[in-house]
Design a binder for this molecule. Structure first.
Ligand code: AMP
Length: 225
């Protein structure tokens, strides 16, 4: 599918995917295949992050460093497709550094989130399709600081892991303890007996992009493509 092509309306294939059906049939470019040889297991990472521009610069800088690190490692960035906030910062940095980027944007947010058209992007009809496609296109997830949307996306992926519907690892990345209260809550949930201790090992809290990629690579158990 060419850059900027409108993606046909597809029914979310959660059931099929999570039952183990093959994922996307999109073929990576040859240079991507060559880059991937150095890290054959972690090829595509979905980044969830804030769309607000009204945030402290440290968050924007961290998103840029993550984008550059993904490009350096030859790992494709999958994200929500916007040009705003941490989303835009991460995607522009990855693209400028020569990395592969896939943005997935619902039509109703095209203007609001200012779709970044310099990279491959797909326009879908609704939020559920966007989320499912982001999930299917990624081997693992990184959660940067963000707002309600970021939190919702991260928790949904964790809830699917809790149901044993997938085993894709997730890293929470911040430099200022942004996600610490969330991890404190997870510990409390474990202490209360609501989820088993083992669940905690599927998610990590790190402070650098390099550590995030290392942790995800170490935790990949299934390559579904
Ligand atoms: P936020 O963290 O609120 O700044 O949002 C980050 C991204 O999450 C934006 O691209 C939003 O469009 C997206 N988002 C907002 N609400 C949801 C939701 N319920 N599910 C998935 N993504 C969402």
């Amino acid at each position: 599918m060419p850059y900027g092509a409108e993606h046909p309306k597809t029914e979310p294939s959660l059931t099929n995917h999570l039952a183990g059906a093959p994922g996307s049939a999109y073929l990576p470019a040859m240079d991507t295949i060559q880059k991937s040889l150095s890290n054959p297991r972690l090829r595509s990472v979905c980044v969830y992050c804030g769309a607000s521009d009204a945030v402290n610069e440290i968050y924007i800088r961290l998103a840029e460093r993550l984008g550059a690190e993904l490009a350096r490692a030859g790992i494709r960035l999958v994200y929500g497709g916007g040009g705003v906030g941490l989303m835009g910062a991460c995607a522009r940095a990855a693209h400028s550094a020569g990395g592969e980027v896939l943005g997935i944007m619902p039509r109703f947010l095209l203007a609001k989130e200012r779709i970044f058209t310099d990279v491959e992007h797909r326009i879908v009809e609704d939020m559920h399709t966007r989320k499912m496609m982001m999930f299917e296109e990624a081997d693992a997830f990184i959660v940067l600081p963000g707002g309600i949307g970021t939190l919702e996306e991260a928790v949904e992926i964790l809830s699917w892991a809790r149901l044993n519907l997938h085993a894709k690892p997730m890293a929470f990345l911040d430099e200022d303890g942004f996600w610490q209260p969330f991890f404190d809550l997870i510990e409390r949930i474990i202490a209360g007996g609501f989820i088993p201790q083992e669940f905690r090992s599927a998610m990590v809290h790190v402070t650098t992009p390099a550590d995030a990629l290392q942790a995800l690579g170490d935790r990949i158990v299934v390559l579904d493509r």
